[in-house]
Design a protein around this ligand. Structure first.
Ligand SMILES: *Cc1c(COP(=O)(O)O)cnc(C)c1O
Length: 367
């Protein structure tokens, strides 16, 4: 039995006619950038995520950059980010001209450690970017409280967490804004590049819209220096075709995670502990194993896909060497890099496939 890490073909078959109709609609309209499809997606998805406004952008990375620009983050500023995340979280800070300050994570949730955030604040700190890693929200009430004490902006990197909630509140409730990515492997995926910024702040939404279109107000009148961060209409239309399935897909991921939890409990691998305050959307189902690389080799042999998110923390990335990161500075994250392994958890994964993955793991660790 072959078990891929992700099966995009299975998802495509379940929405093929809707996606094809959406593409056709855009071809007929001749409106290829922004326009009514983008506006409808912004309204519909913001509502699903519990936010007032959505601003469609080119991708998740540009969603973070646009947010930082709209919040006035720039040269001379420091922005606190977790060291255990996808590169874009910190890369965008540097692209905005600011300095990323890397802090450690909590061992249970893999999310940013609020105490480490508080300890990293300096007079130059302007913002913090908690990441909802693997689809589970960071401890937002604590992070917001720290941010308010020091007048920091909070950008939630929710690129892996579309549909997640914390204490019953949606994305961008605790943060000033939240960013989404629709990269093809994400829980809600475009047929190319796309992203969105969510916010409840009307003025911030206005500024985000301006910045994503070169800071333009009236045509050829530029109030701000923005960029071309516009969402393509064909992506917005394809995403709208998938929206009715989003909650069902996220629920299917949760059921698959629960099955792994049950079967792997008490074994030599550690299932990911879930924060009871969060509705997790399981972008990844990530276990820990002290013999991770050998386990991964065994899974590969057995035809089972797996992923390592992420093998190297950001404070040790070559491109950030000038910031002075050293091994040992963020021990929890460094250990996670050596131990994490993400298993297939996509909505179309069958129970047989999950059981096959579990049997292969339990056979390897000896249970
Ligand atoms: C995917 C991702 C991004 C970037 O999104 P793109 O659409 O690929 O630019 C940023 N942060 C995190 C945590 C991500 O997983």
């Amino acid at each position: 039995m072959n078990v891929p890490l992700l099966d995009l073909a299975a998802q495509f078959h379940s929405v093929e006619s809707e996606v094809r109709a959406a593409i056709e609609r855009v071809l007929q309209s001749r409106i290829y950038i922004l326009g009514p499809e983008a506006e409808a997606l912004e309204r519909e998805l913001a509502a699903i995520c519990g936010a007032r406004f959505g601003v469609g952008v080119s991708n998740g990375s540009d969603a973070i950059l646009t947010s930082l620009m709209a919040l006035g983050v720039g040269p001379g500023d420091e922005v606190i980010v977790p060291t255990f995340t996808f590169f874009a979280t910190a890369g965008c800070v540097a692209r905005a001209g600011a300095r990323p300050v890397f802090v450690d994570i909590l061992p249970e949730t893999f999310n940013i450690d609020p105490d480490a955030v508080a300890a990293a604040v300096t007079p130059r700190t302007r913002a913090v970017i908690p990441v909802h890693l693997y689809g589970q929200c960071a401890d937002m009430p604590r992070i917001r409280a720290i941010a308010d004490r020091h007048h920091l902006a909070v950008v939630e990197d929710a690129c892996q967490a579309v549909g997640a909630t914390f204490d019953g509140r949606g994305l961008a409730h605790w943060g000033h804004c939240a960013t989404l990515s629709f990269y093809p492997t994400k829980n809600l995926s475009a047929i190319g590049e796309a992203g969105m910024v969510l916010t409840n702040d009307e003025q911030l939404a206005e500024k985000l819209r301006c910045i994503r279109n070169h800071g333009q107000g009236r045509q050829y009148e530029h109030h701000l220096i923005g960029g071309n961060f516009r969402i393509a209409a064909i992506q917005a239309a394809a995403l709208r075709a998938k929206l009715p399935k989003l909650e069902e897909w996220n629920a299917a991921r949760r059921r698959r995670a629960a099955r792994y939890d049950r079967v792997l409990a008490g074994s030599a691998v550690t299932p990911p502990p879930a924060d009871p305050r969060c509705v997790h959307v399981y972008h990844q189902y990530t276990i820990r194993c002290d013999r991770r690389d050998a386990l991964r080799a065994r899974l590969t042999e057995a035809g089972i896909g797996s992923g390592i998110y992420y093998p190297l923390p950001l404070h040790l990335q070559p491109c950030f060497a000038h910031l002075g990161g050293r091994a040992g500075m963020c021990p929890v994250a460094e250990r996670a890099c050596a131990e994490v392994l993400s298993l297939p958890v996509f909505p179309e994964l069958s129970e047989f496939q999950i059981d096959h993955v579990c049997e292969t793991i339990l056979d390897f660790v000896g249970s």
